[in-house]
Ligand binder design. Sequence first.
Ligand SMILES: [Zn+2]
Length: 89
Amino acid sequence: MISCREASRLASESLDRRLRPAEQVELRLHLLMCRLCRAAFEQLKILREVGRRFFSRGPFEEDLPDVHLEEEEKERIKAVLRANASSCS
Ligand SMILES: [Zn+2]
């Protein structure tokens, strides 16, 4: 089985590009076996989704249908996104 480090790299890349079939199998297998990576991957997908909404729609939407974040978490994420957005403009 691939390592957690390798799995997190593949998980992150899977959001940006189509993984090769062998990579997909390795990642799926690892996620099946490893609860920590599964949880980390879920969080990663949520963060990507939040980021995508933030940049594509302008104002941050308060009612994200499948994402439930505490107010404090939302503020933290917004702060990070704003910092990133201002550094690349
Ligand atoms: Zn793992």
